[in-house]
Write a protein that binds this ligand. Structure first.
Ligand code: SAH
Ligand code: SF4
Ligand code: F3S
Length: 440
């Protein structure tokens, strides 16, 4: 197959996995734009395709390779292909041995070097850059300009927790916090570019610290920026939760009543084997403290079923914590053994059918609680941030403070905040009607 020997003029960045990858994908696109390249339009064949991949579960990692295969064109040519993200970091040059179509490999901490790597690739070399340089990539990236109404802002990267099932500490490196001033500047630039809502991101976002201050101080500062109506943050770890961050939920109106706090399992022996560093009781107590300052807060979580050694009783303990916490939303996964992680070598690996059956039961239980949470919101007067058109004529969809999708008949534009009364609820979304707010 002919490999593309000239420097690409158009590009597409495809991101998979978590929100940090979405953020990285945006920054890569901005960088390529600043280099004089243009984003390919819908249906247009790009000269360069950046696959910004995820390594978290086997299926996600395999997707990278099936996507590469699909980039072959009918006439035998193909675009230049850059493998980025966590698969790139985990596999490095091995990825190129596996697929000859990969022209360059760039890890999540090295993508500011894309321009040089592209020049190398165009010269026929197959560069690999999976360095984790001491100097942050952020300083080498172009400043933020345009933004949609809802923007991501990475404030913390990496993970030191080493949960025994997880690849993130290997693919993203050690925990690092970006400087306070840089983050606030970026938030200002996003607000100037049109952002109404900012979601602060980190693999352990609540571990953010500059030595003196924690995430709550950052949120307070960003809440002062004109135009920023809503602030969210994700993902938090129970171990890094501070009193000040909990208190912030009772004090800052612009901080949305939503907390994503993964628990993974409701069984103490499994949590121990996972190296989660919290038990069921300490987790439940944390949730109670959030509810004490912000009674309406929506709690969301992540769950893994079928971790090695998980018995039926362990699994039932997970159902029990779901009932106790009453999650508004959740993500649940079958355990996937990952190369190089301790859990992949543990005894007691669980059969696929057992995992399937447990996942079904867990998801059914989680769905009951989401529906109950959504129903309890009926009758509330609130605001939604419009983010897309609905399927029906004249219908728009926006997000509630609790991150629910709300359908409403309205001529509001994307990015507008509108006043609604919540009138109906399903498992995945709500219906609302426009509300006229009289000026005080
Ligand atoms: N730092 C975050 C995000 C981790 S990845 C956190 O600690 O929550 C997102 C989720 O993927 C995890 O919460 C976990 O539920 C799931 N996950 C991670 N490794 C997994 C594996 N090997 N198999 C199945 N699910 C996994
Ligand atoms: Fe993975 Fe655990 Fe770190 Fe989350 S806290 S990224 S699950 S090692
Ligand atoms: Fe996936 Fe890497 Fe995020 S493994 S979940 S893209 S940190």
């Amino acid at each position: 197959m002919t490999s593309p020997a000239t420097r690409p003029k158009t590009f597409t960045v495809k991101s998979f996995g978590c929100q940090m990858n979405v953020y990285d994908g945006e920054r890569m696109a901005e960088l390529l734009g600043a280099e004089g390249m243009r984003a390919a339009g819908a249906g247009e064949d790009a000269d360069l395709v950046v696959l910004n991949t995820c390594h978290i579960r086997e299926k996600a990692a395999e997707k990278a390779y099936s996507d590469i295969g699909r980039l072959k064109r009918d006439d035998g040519t193909r675009p230049m292909i850059a493998l980025a993200g966590c698969v790139a970091q985990a596999e490095g040059a091995e990825a190129q041995a596996r697929s000859k179509m990969i022209d360059l490999v760039v890890g999540p901490q090295a993508y500011h070097r894309l321009p040089e790597l592209l020049a190398d690739a165009a010269a026929g070399r197959r560069p690999v850059d999976t360095d984790m340089p001491a100097i942050s990539k952020f300083g080498a990236l172009p400043a933020r300009r345009k933004s949609g109404p809802s923007a991501f802002l990475t404030v913390q990267e990496g993970c030191d927790k080493f949960c025994t099932y997880c690849v993130v500490p290997y693919t993203r490196g050690a925990e690092v916090s970006r400087p306070f001033g840089d983050i606030v500047d970026e938030a200002r630039a996003l607000a100037d570019g049109g952002a109404v809502e900012i979601t602060l991101l980190g693999q352990n976002v609540n571990a953010w610290s500059d030595g003196a201050r924690g995430l709550d101080a950052l949120i307070r500062e960003i809440a002062k920026i004109g135009g920023v109506e809503r602030i969210r943050y994700t993902t938090s770890h129970p171990m890094d939760m501070s009193d000040a961050l909990i208190a912030a939920h009772g004090e800052i109106d612009r901080l949305m009543p939503y907390l994503h706090l993964p628990v993974q399992s409701g069984s103490d022996p499994i949590l121990k084997a996972m190296n989660r560093s919290h038990d069921v009781e300490s987790y439940v107590r944390l949730i109670e403290r959030f509810r004490a300052v912000r009674p309406d807060i929506a709690i969301s979580g992540d769950f893994i079923v079928g971790f090695p050694g998980e018995t039926e009783a362990d699994f039932e303990a997970t159902l029990a914590i779901v009932d106790e916490v009453r999650y508004a939303a959740a993500y649940s996964f079958k355990y996937s053994p990952r190369p190089g992680t301790p859990a992949a070598m543990m005894e007691g690996q669980i059969a696929g059918e057992v995992m399937d059956e447990r996942l079904q039961r867990l998801q059914a239980r989680l769905a009951e609680h989401s529906l109950a949470f959504n129903r309890a919101c009926i009758g509330r007067d609130t605001q939604i941030l419009i983010d897309r058109k609905g399927r029906q004529l004249g219908q728009m969809v926006g997000k509630s403070p609790w991150l629910q999708s709300v359908h409403v008949t309205s001529d509001a534009k994307i990015g507008e905040m509108i006043d609604v009364t919540l009138t109906s609820a399903g498992p995945n979304s709500l219906g609302g009607s426009l509300r006229t707010v009289e000026a005080a």
